[in-house]
Design a protein around this ligand. Structure first.
Ligand code: SF4
Ligand code: SF4
Length: 255
């Protein structure tokens, strides 16, 4: 409802940030149906809820009936609900990119610049995080994936070439490779790089291309080094991917 209201009241609608663009972390809720999400959220070991009280979408107060929004079966990206004019990725969008977009809008208002074509990605680059990353790339193959903590990491060599599953190869540029520069792998918050239809599929292809084995058992062992494949390949992008949601969520969707 709010998205449709904003669309109706706006000349230009920008999908701002990863949530609006591709679903972001909340999009991982699409692996479950809404009943599973609610019962899990209100039954965790850290939740004090002995009487199993769950939120209701309406409640009668002395002042009248109040409502909270219903959780839909499948979380959608903004452009799956309304027409979107521009896309600004990032979780969050980098401040220098927000400033650049505001500068552009001011120039457009002053007649000194033109808006980009409808549907354009703004406040980001047209390449990949790898293209902005200054780490050296030497080795073209790896024999294991490993987690970044608890072991020596070469500060100058590409993290992926050290077996750290870095998502820079599939992720849109625009952040100046902030995470690999700081010593952490890119986890993909700027979403799919230009031309990438499905982020996870591109990343899987990229990782597969550096695995140094043709033996299926050995490949299985190497892939076991990625403990959370869904989080690795679709952490920010599940709702905006070709998959969009898992079977459990689809089964409950009321169209
Ligand atoms: S995979 Fe990661 S560390 Fe390697 S070049 Fe790309 S962004 Fe840098
Ligand atoms: S390096 Fe990757 S995870 Fe880090 S800010 Fe850039 S796009 Fe986001």
């Amino acid at each position: 409802h709010i998205a449709k209201l904003l669309r109706a009241k706006s000349q230009i609608l920008v999908a701002f940030g990863s949530c609006a663009n591709e679903g972001c972390i909340p999009g991982l809720a699409n692996l479950s149906n809404s009943h599973e999400i609610i019962t899990t959220a209100f039954n965790t070991v850290s939740t004090d809820n002995p009487n199993k009280i769950y939120p209701q979408t309406s409640y009668n107060m002395p002042e009248g009936e109040i409502h909270i929004p219903t959780i839909y079966p499948v979380l959608k990206t903004l452009d799956q609900v309304v027409d979107v004019d521009y896309y600004m990725p990032g979780c969050p969008p980098e401040s220098h990119q927000i400033a650049a977009v505001i500068d552009l809008v001011i120039q457009v208002l002053q007649g000194k610049a033109e808006l980009p074509p409808k549907g354009a990605v703004i406040g980001a680059g047209n390449s990949t995080v790898c293209d902005e990353c200054t780490r050296k790339r030497n080795v073209k193959s790896i024999t294991s994936f490993k987690r970044i903590f608890g072991q020596p990491i070469d500060p100058e060599l590409c993290l992926l070439e050290q077996g750290i599953p870095c998502n820079g190869i599939a992720t849109r540029s625009g952040c100046n490779a902030r995470c690999p520069t700081a010593g952490a792998q890119c986890i993909g918050c700027y979403g799919p790089a230009e031309g990438v239809v499905d982020y996870g599929a591109r990343l899987i292809t990229g990782f597969a291309s550096v695995i140094d084995s043709k033996d299926p058992d050995e490949i299985d062992r190497i892939l076991d080094g990625i403990p959370d494949p869904t989080g690795q390949f679709y952490r920010f992008n599940l709702a905006g991917s070709l998959l969009r949601a898992g079977k459990s969520a689809w089964n409950k969707e009321k169209v």
